[in-house]
Design a protein around this ligand. Structure first.
Ligand SMILES: NC(=O)c1ccc[n+]([C@@H]2O[C@H](COP(=O)([O-])OP(=O)(O)OC[C@H]3O[C@@H](n4cnc5c(N)ncnc54)[C@H](OP(=O)(O)O)[C@@H]3O)[C@@H](O)[C@H]2O)c1
Length: 266
């Protein structure tokens, strides 16, 4: 009823069902309840990543009750993360990009981030103070993040992020992984933080995301490749060397495209 079909007990998601209808198909027949009209302002190649990374990050921001007065932190600048920065900026929020390295500083500021924090290395502490900041053009933001989206490929502990948060922050887990997550108890409980999870989007929010995207002329960063054996090989080479920025889109012909989503882009 609410359109949150992904939370239905019988739901079977991408990569777990319909395996005979893979992402490289040239066409697919689906029930109209699962189809979305793409606004004219969105190109087919741009629409492809919006249908997953876009819908999911928009939903996560809505699930957290994000408003224009919020300071949004985005952990992991990849397919989802770069989209989250674009959406949060368009919503009028302050945005801090939080990355495992300093390789994406320039990208983050081009995407619209106001601040950037990097980890010493993956899984290690994120630097909470001025030393962790890469000052490029923007004014430093006080570390009062009250909406934190976890969009990295892996998350083992929330401990490094605690010093970055304002009281009563909402942390949204988006990472899909099998391993457990460690939460420092008192630093989480005493400031009254909230922890929620979000996957995909309700039908209503998916439609609103497309409208929002068209209205704000939001453009994801995509790299286009022809949908040929050579094009796919080139796309995989970009993925496997960690150079895709930030989604690879296979273009079959004018007006028809297919995304390679769920691949690492770091
Ligand atoms: N909840 C949902 O609705 C939903 C929807 C789609 C995908 N997902 C999940 O969201 C996650 C990200 O997907 P994506 O498509 O954005 O992936 P992606 O394009 O590969 O980006 C993920 C980012 O995570 C960081 N990262 C890479 N390896 C890491 C590691 N070992 N430990 C910590 N961080 C790492 C990198 O950012 P930095 O270089 O900035 O650190 C990388 O760019 C995946 O787990 C995916 O399955 C969730």
């Amino acid at each position: 009823v609410t359109g949150y079909r992904q939370y239905c007990a019988e739901a079977r998601g991408f990569a777990f069902s319909d395996l005979d209808q893979g992402a490289f198909g040239s066409a697919r027949i689906i029930h109209s309840a699962f189809a979305y009209k793409i606004p004219d302002a969105i190109t087919s190649a741009d629409a492809a990543p919006f249908m997953c990374a876009g819908a999911s990050t928009y939903e996560a921001l809505i699930a957290a009750g994000t408003t224009s007065n919020d300071h949004v932190g985005v952990v992991g600048i990849g397919g989802l993360g770069h989209m989250a920065i674009l959406f949060a900026k368009a919503m009028g929020c302050a945005v801090t990009a939080i990355s495992s390295s300093n390789r994406k500083v320039e990208d983050a500021f081009k995407l619209g981030a106001d601040d950037y924090r990097s980890a010493v290395d993956i899984g290690d502490r994120f630097l909470p103070a001025a030393e962790g900041r890469f000052s490029v053009h923007n004014e430093p933001q006080p570390m009062n993040i009250n909406v934190l989206l976890i969009t990295s490929n892996e998350i083992t502990t929330l401990e490094p992020f605690m010093p970055l948060l304002a009281g009563r922050a909402t942390i949204v887990l988006m990472t899909i992984q099998q391993q457990p997550l460690s939460i420092p108890y008192m630093p989480f409980v005493l400031p009254g933080h909230r922890l929620i999870a979000s996957t995909e989007a309700s039908r209503e929010n998916h439609i609103k995301m497309l409208e929002f995207t068209a209205r704000h002329r939001i453009k994801p960063w995509v790299e286009e490749f022809p949908m040929t054996a050579e094009g796919i090989a080139a796309a995989f080479e970009r993925l496997e060397t960690g150079n895709m920025r930030y989604r690879g889109v296979l273009v079959r012909e004018a007006g028809s495209s297919q995304t390679c989503s769920h691949f690492r882009s770091d």
